[in-house]
Design a protein around this ligand. Structure first.
Ligand code: MLT
Length: 205
């Protein structure tokens, strides 16, 4: 298994949540969020390896919202390899796993999904944006269910960007739902409650 700093918490159900933090976060950040969304799932939470002035991220960016897309692709491969290896080490079913990412973590999750690197069951992406502007392959995402959570006043992951990402997933056959909160880039309780209810009610429950 390659060297991502991470945490694994055993759960009591078949599902595993793959938690991916935002810029400046770490592997501990989203553990309470994961538990609030699913009290029974196992949890794998990784720390991004790229440092931006000391702040961990999952890939390099050239400016706010301007991504180093070559790095996005390389890092997506590296993280997907780690997750698949972790599934073997910790004996969880990758096909029943759900990625849960916030901001930069949502963006690397989207990259792994769009590049067809992981065979997951679904994803919950908070404040995401399209991670790649070109060269996105046309992999089928037909058995995927994806919830995208946007903030109406988010200046970073704007509603237009979240809708553009939703379209990329839909074009590939994923079952996509977009929910918008009347807030900005930060997560709200309504996001968390919405994600919990979606997970419990959706086809992947
Ligand atoms: C962030 O702050 O993490 C960004 O807005 C999203 C990203 O850089 O991936």
């Amino acid at each position: 298994m390659n060297d991502f700093i991470h945490r694994f918490v055993h759960g009591t159900s078949h599902r595993t949540l793959l938690l991916l933090h935002g810029t400046g976060g770490n592997e501990d950040d989203l553990l309470p969020l994961g538990r609030a969304i699913d009290a029974d799932a196992s949890i794998l939470s990784a720390r991004g390896k790229v440092l931006e002035n000391g702040a961990p991220r999952f890939f390099r960016r050239l400016a706010e919202g301007v991504f180093d897309e070559e790095d996005v692709v390389v890092r997506a491969h590296e993280l997907a390899k780690f997750i698949s290896a972790a599934a073997k080490t910790y004996d969880f079913d990758e096909g029943a796993a759900v990625a849960v990412g916030y901001s930069n973590g949502a963006n690397i999750a989207s990259a792994m999904l769009l590049l067809g690197l992981l065979n997951l069951r679904g994803a919950i992406l908070f404040r995401p944006m399209p991670p790649l502007s070109r060269g996105v392959p046309n992999n089928s995402l037909e058995n995927f269910a994806i919830l995208l959570c946007s903030g109406r006043f988010d200046p970073i992951a704007t509603s237009e960007q979240v809708d553009a990402l939703a379209e990329l997933f839909r074009q590939r056959g994923a079952e996509v739902e977009v929910r918008q909160q009347p807030g900005g880039h930060e997560l709200t309780n309504a996001d968390i409650e919405g994600a919990r209810d979606w997970l419990a009610a959706s086809a992947i429950a």
